[in-house]
Design a protein around this ligand. Structure first.
Ligand code: SAM
Length: 179
């Protein structure tokens, strides 16, 4: 199992970012996202996309971000620009994930030092400042070595048919919807 924990959320300001953490986790192979309790709007959006475009994928909320990390029975990765280089540690993390669930923590505004301490790995996708969405995407791709790109989706209402040009969306059962 791979779960993503969104650590911190400022309602209003972070709505799109938190939603995108959830959508990126879903699209790139994680099994679930855990959002802070004040991010209900993002939760609803991610759940709606999962209903329309398929799963399996779970969205949860918690009031206990620290306890979620402390009680995790498995390995914890915290994505931060200050961490070890993803290209140096991805192999060890992959190895550990063969036998244990993985929790990936991504921050928002400010991540307290306790999170760095609680993590088994603090991992940097470059040591440059950028975004939790970008960091998560590259990390998941390195973790799954590209296999997530070929994921099949279950119970989808909508399925996009890849096109060189234009948009084609069909029902989950294959009937043409629009073009
Ligand atoms: N300045 C904040 C701090 O030091 O705690 C972090 C703000 S940053 C906009 C938000 C999140 O993006 C971080 O908590 C981290 O998860 C992620 N992030 C930003 N740059 C990253 C990088 N180079 N590698 C991995 N994750 C990164």
């Amino acid at each position: 199992e791979v779960a993503v924990l969104r650590y911190g959320h400022r309602p209003g300001r972070d709505d799109r970012m938190t939603t995108h953490v959830g959508l990126t986790a879903r699209a790139l192979g994680a099994d679930r996202v855990i959002l802070p309790d004040n991010a209900s709007q993002s939760r609803a959006t991610v759940a709606d996309i999962t209903d329309r475009f398929g799963g399996p994928f779970e969205v949860e909320q918690t009031a206990e971000l620290d306890a979620t990390i402390d009680r995790w029975s498995g390995a914890v990765v915290h994505l931060t620009m200050y961490g070890e280089r993803v290209q140096d540690v991805a192999g060890d993390i992959r190895q550990r994930h063969r036998s244990e669930p993985l929790l990936i923590v991504v921050g928002g505004e400010k991540v307290p030092f306790e999170v760095y301490d609680a993590a088994d790995w603090n991992v940097a996708v470059t040591n440059q400042p950028h975004s939790e969405v970008a960091g998560l995407a590259v990390f998941l791709d390195r973790l799954f070595e590209g296999r997530e790109l070929a994921q099949e989706w279950e119970d989808a209402e909508n399925r996009v048919v890849p096109q060189a040009s234009g948009k084609r969306v069909v029902d989950g059962d294959g009937a043409a919807d629009e073009s």
